[in-house]
Design a binder for this molecule. Sequence first.
Ligand SMILES: [Zn+2]
Length: 364
Amino acid sequence: MNAEDFGKWMNQSAPLKLQESYDNSGWILQQRSQYSAALCCLDVNEAIIAEAKAKGCDIVVCHHPLIFKGVKRIGTTTTQERALISAIKAEIDIYACHTNLDNVLKNGVNQEIGKRLGLKEMQILVPRSGELRKLATYVPLSHFEQVRSALFEAGAGTIGEYSDCSFSWVGEGTFKPEAGATPFSGEINTLSVATEKRLEVLVPVWKVAEVMRALRGSHPYEEIAYEVLVLDNTNADTGSGLIGEFETRVSLAEFMERVKAAFGNSALRYSGKLDKSINKVAVCGGSGAFLIPAAESAGADVYLTGDIKYHDWFDAPSSLALVDCGHYESEQYTPNLLAEIIQKKFPTFAVFIAETNTNPVKYF
Ligand SMILES: [Zn+2]
């Protein structure tokens, strides 16, 4: 697999533009131009690099970036330093999909958690805004289908669970080709009146360049009239956390049994009464205490996440039960997601899911 193609595909599936400002997703180590096999994991440490080497993998695709804050020296003191040195020595590249994978609904970290709990009607808990654009363009009737299909193909026109969404209507366009122009129709220095369709599609900001390339490649005009408009709409497909519902209500105790079965916990930290009735469930993989207020305002009965600190439990509203299943446990299926993303585009490429358990926290 070509490294450039891999990077492009990962950026399409979990766009780097979706990562939080503090994050460091994307290439962590980039030494090779070709890969023969990938190892997908949650954290990178020396044991993971050794596993990659043993399995013949030359790239490790992880969730938590090995380099997160500024690295001022590389010695052999920390897990991070040792992992970096062994990856460089073994010529194993590292690519991270972190908050950019947390922040997508489809095939994202939280949808995976929701699916494993059996949640329905899953939606982003705090949708992002300001990242949708509307592309409007004017197309002669003869080329309308060609242009519309090309835009859909390039990723325009998706709204939630619907693809190929567009709006169009017929109108009249005028133009006068000046000397030097090579018009698709009409005569030089003569006013032309053409029947055209105005076509409108939504495009997420990270797909605008590709969609514009598709427009230029499919539109017959020498000079294409178009507008890219910034929308203030929220994007139902991207944002933090997730909220979903159970088909039938369960008690908090039953809910926690499900969590234990799905994530393999021997014990859970929780607040609330065991017989509390649960229908709406908010979830966020990893450290999600920052979404406690959002879970409450969305009307969740329980909020499942990891890394809840002592004082967060005090601050939580009484209407909301909290369940902490552990950071590692909540994200342990993320390597499977990473593997699925790669296999979808490169079905014959060898992809392994790490067998090394990197959770430093143990329960006694
Ligand atoms: Zn995490």
